[in-house]
Design a binder for this molecule. Structure first.
Ligand code: TYM
Length: 344
């Protein structure tokens, strides 16, 4: 296995739809906080975004936008490597090698695949959608990542990555580091504001009041949060709770806790004298807008400088490829592929 001086982190976001505060809380906020402790790699996972029907022009635009948002959310390109997955071909190649050691039953059991493929018939879903977690495993294993900061919805994919790594190592000898998931203590699964039983998702288009997007202006943020679904509890109890009846209030408290870095006790003390859900919502509007203002300002600065993001991504891909190619060469060697040799 490669010689690492520091532990490594790898994570990524799909450039599909507009990034939400769920993506920020579950992923980006943790990345920015942890990036200096580890050797960090953050990729825009564009190959994952084509597993469902997509628009080519939009994919290109979103790929740049997501990269700019990484930086706007605090990723320091001097300290961390930011790149686009498809710029490093080793991701696709390792995915093929891993495909051949991954039983199909493991993939058919994935909750996200079952949800996304749902009741649609097999003629209308791509093979890529089923294979998606193997590509994700390749993303992680190529960098010998020790830690993968993600939201709770990716926990199962991380377990699968560990299973694939262990199986490969058992079959062909020590090749991959077996990674750990890093899930945030608050806001690991931010829920929809319109439906607090469903995950807040960047690809959901059913309602204008489902998600707060990172680039939403303050008045839109306010409108969405003030309309968030709560409950009809006559006592208007502001409590953390697993009870589905209190899911809306719980979600607002989780968002507040995650963005302020306060623990549950401090959050409850903060709202001890609140008069009803209106006060809770106003406080959440305030912290969300305080969080988003500097992100949006930085985003606009970064994207107004023509070519800056593209240049940075090209540099990032070079740095990433150096590590990825080393691991891929080891995996190929251990699997028994003949190297090309020329007679001199
Ligand atoms: P994606 O693009 O759906 O989401 C990106 C990150 O945001 C987190 N997240 C959330 N966290 C809390 N609450 C929510 N409502 C919420 N919605 C999304 C996700 O957990 C994720 O961390 N398969 C991955 C992308 C991926 C990846 C990887 C991640 C591809 N390769 C390698 C880590 C390592 C995905 O679709 O994330």
């Amino acid at each position: 296995m490669s010689d690492k001086k520091r532990k490594r982190v790898l994570s990524g976001v799909q450039p599909s739809g507009d990034l939400t505060i769920g993506n920020y809380i579950g992923a980006l906020k943790q990345w920015a906080r942890e990036q200096h402790k580890y050797e960090s790699y953050f990729c825009v996972v564009d190959l994952h975004a084509v597993t469902v029907p997509h628009d080519p022009g939009e994919l290109r635009a979103k790929t740049r936008e997501v990269a700019a948002l990484y930086l706007a959310c605090g990723i320091d390109p001097q300290a961390s490597t930011v790149f686009v997955q498809s710029h490093v071909p080793a991701h696709s190649e390792l995915a093929w090698l891993l495909n051949c050691v991954t039983p199909i039953g493991w993939l058919e059991r994935m909750t996200q695949y079952k949800e996304k493929s749902g009741k649609r018939d097999k003629e209308s879903i791509s093979t890529g959608l089923l294979d998606y977690p193997v590509l994700m495993a390749a993303d992680i294993l190529l960098y010998q990542a020790d830690v993968v900061p993600v939201g709770d919805d990716q926990r199962q994919h991380l377990e699968l990555t560990r299973d694939i790594a262990q199986r490969f190592n058992r079959l062909f000898g020590e090749t991959f580091t077996v990674p750990e998931a890093m899930i945030p203590p608050a806001g690991a699964r931010v829920k929809g504001l319109d439906d607090p039983l469903a995950k807040m998702s960047k690809s959901y288009t059913g309602s204008d009041y489902h998600a707060v997007y990172l680039l939403d202006p303050p008045n839109r943020v306010k409108k969405k949060i003030m309309r968030a679904v709560t409950d009809t509890d006559p006592e208007r109890k502001i409590i953390f709770s697993d009870d589905p009846e209190k899911a809306g209030v719980n979600n607002l408290l989780e968002i507040f806790a995650a963005l302020t870095d306060m623990d549950r006790e401090a959050v409850l003390a903060h709202f001890a004298n609140a008069r009803g859900y209106g006060d809770l919502k106003k406080a959440v509007v305030e912290v969300v807008n305080e969080t988003l203002a500097p992100i949006q300002q930085r985003f606009h600065e970064l994207t107004s400088e023509a070519g800056y993001i593209d240049e940075l991504l090209a540099e990032g891909a070079e740095r990433a490829a150096a590590i990825a190619n080393e691991t891929l060469a080891l995996a190929r060697e251990n699997m028994g592929f003949l190297k090309p040799h020329r007679r001199l």
